[in-house]
Design a protein around this ligand. Structure first.
Ligand SMILES: [Fe+2]
Ligand SMILES: [Fe+2]
Length: 182
C-alpha cells in the first residue's frame, strides 16, 4: 500500500481505547472516501489496510479473550465475525472498481459506509460495553498489546491488497459467514 494516508501505528494502550480510536479513524476515512475532491485511491488503500488489520486482530485476540471471560456470549462474537465478513465483501466491491469517480464507485462506497457504520455501532454497544465492565486495567493493557501486534503485522503484510481481500471473502463464504445470494 502507499503511505499517503496515515493509518496510525500505536504500540501500546488500553484495548478498548485502541479499538475506539480505530473506529473513529474508519469514520474519517469513509468520509474522505465519499468526498470526490479527495485522493480517493490513497484513502481506499489506507481504509482497506486498517479495516482488515483491525478485524483480523479482533477475531484473533479480542473476541476469544472476551468469550473466555464471559464478557460476551458466543452469539455476539459469531455475529461480529459475520459482520466483519460482510464488511470485507463490501470492501471488495470498492477495491475491484478501477475508476473512482463513477456512479458504480459511489454506490459501492455507500454500501461500504452503511455496512461499516452498522458494525461499529453494534460492536460498541454489545461487545465493548460489556468488555469495559469485565476487564481490569492490566488485562485491557495486555490485550491492547496483542491486538496492536497483530494489527501492525497485518498492515506490514499488505492485508488490504485486492488479492488478500478476495481470499478472505472466499474463506468467509466457505465458512458460511456470508449469505449465498449476495
Ligand atoms: Fe472494531
Ligand atoms: Fe469489529
Amino acid at each position: 500500500m502507499n503511505d499517503v494516508v496515515d493509518v496510525h501505528r500505536p504500540v501500546s494502550g488500553d484495548v478498548i481505547d485502541l479499538i475506539l480510536d480505530d473506529h473513529r479513524l474508519f469514520e474519517e476515512l469513509l468520509r474522505n472516501l465519499r468526498d470526490a475532491s479527495s485522493d480517493r485511491e490513497s484513502v481506499r488503500d489506507a481504509l482497506a489496510a486498517v479495516l482488515v488489520a483491525h478485524a483480523e486482530a479482533e477475531e484473533k485476540y479480542v473476541y476469544p479473550k472476551l468469550r473466555k471471560r464471559s464478557a460476551v456470549g458466543t452469539h455476539e462474537a459469531e455475529h461480529g465475525e459475520e459482520e466483519h465478513a460482510e464488511g470485507h465483501e463490501a470492501l471488495l466491491k470498492v477495491l475491484e472498481l478501477k475508476g473512482t469517480n463513477t456512479k458504480a464507485f459511489d454506490d459501492a462506497v455507500e454500501e461500504l459506509s452503511g455496512t461499516i457504520n452498522h458494525h461499529l455501532a453494534e460492536e460498541e454497544l454489545t461487545i465493548l460495553n460489556p468488555a469495559r465492565e469485565e476487564l481490569g486495567e492490566r488485562a485491557r493493557k495486555d490485550l491492547g498489546e496483542a491486538f496492536l501486534e497483530e494489527r501492525n503485522r497485518q498492515i506490514d503484510s499488505d492485508c488490504g491488497a485486492l488479492a488478500n481481500v478476495r481470499k478472505l471473502v472466499a474463506r468467509s463464504r466457505k465458512e458460511g459467514k456470508l449469505d449465498e445470494d449476495k
